[in-house]
Design a binder for this molecule. Sequence first.
Ligand SMILES: C=C(O[C@H]1C=CC=C(C(=O)O)[C@@H]1O)C(=O)O
Length: 337
Amino acid sequence: MEMPFSPSGALIKHPFAGLLLGEGPFRESAVPPESGAAFYVNTFRLDDPLPWKIPAALHSLPEPEDGLPPAPEIRWEAPSPDAYAQVFTEIMGQIASGRLVKSVPATPQFGELQPPHVPRELIRRAFGSSPSHYPYAWWTEKEGFCGASPETLFHQQGRRLTTMALAGTARPEDEGVFINDDKEIREHEIVAGSILSRLSPCGSVSRTPRRVLNLGTLIHFVTYLTLEADRPLPPDHWIRLLHPTPALGSQPRTEETLAQLDDWRSRLRCPPHFGAPFGLLLDGDFFCLVGIRSMYWQGRRLALCTGGGVVASSTLTHEWRELKLKRETVRHSFHLP
Ligand SMILES: C=C(O[C@H]1C=CC=C(C(=O)O)[C@@H]1O)C(=O)O
């Protein structure tokens, strides 16, 4: 497939409809359209007043053929552990004082894409990732982002909402100890329990037992949850109810803990869209990803951002290694060295 792409666009892989490309220019709206297609693009803080982006045209793209052009050269800078170590210490202090149970600091590695390549070429490289990943992208002429996320915030079909708790990370070869690791189990159960308690007042909820999701280069714990809602509610309601789950946000989630996380993220220079909901509304069906495993760009400057859950038993070295492991996974999903 030739690389499109229109000067502005959006792309997502939908579980049933496949790979869909929205071509700009987009009409922006505070509310979703009654019918047709609209992308939902917002920041982690949900501060875009017009998050519904209605494309000029929507195209279905064929499954990617094999074969990619050689990888573009990217000059990566070594990520600096100092700011991360400082934030980690502050989070552990908040946990020790009982004000916080969990938080998810996220930090980027910066790089410079070398000419003649442009970052939009990266989008095509994320298409061919495994069936457990959903490629997504959003771009204008000057900036954009692209990733392949294994995490859905929810999929809304009528009154049914399917969602997941995805948290707890290890290398696939460590699965034997991972499944017995109290810290990873606790990190996961904080997320699953929080989603369950947010959804329970809204209807009848069921959850699967915790299991291991193998993504090839990483494993996670995953729990799937399904809600049959008592009444139909618009996508924005569910976005605000669920985002951020403690897989990306702080537990407990209060104005104060959200503001604190915002401060940590900006000190770590985390891109504003990292971990935000990214979705597609298609005639009443709304599929929404959590925007992780991604790269962000302005001009040729790139940021590859990753985060990881911090709980009472976390250690700095372990967390720093996990961020590195996740960055390697992102590079792998973009077929980059
Ligand atoms: C925040 C990220 O991952 C989340 C999803 C799965 C496992 C996670 C973890 O174990 O910390 C994170 O909650 C990321 O990849 O940047």
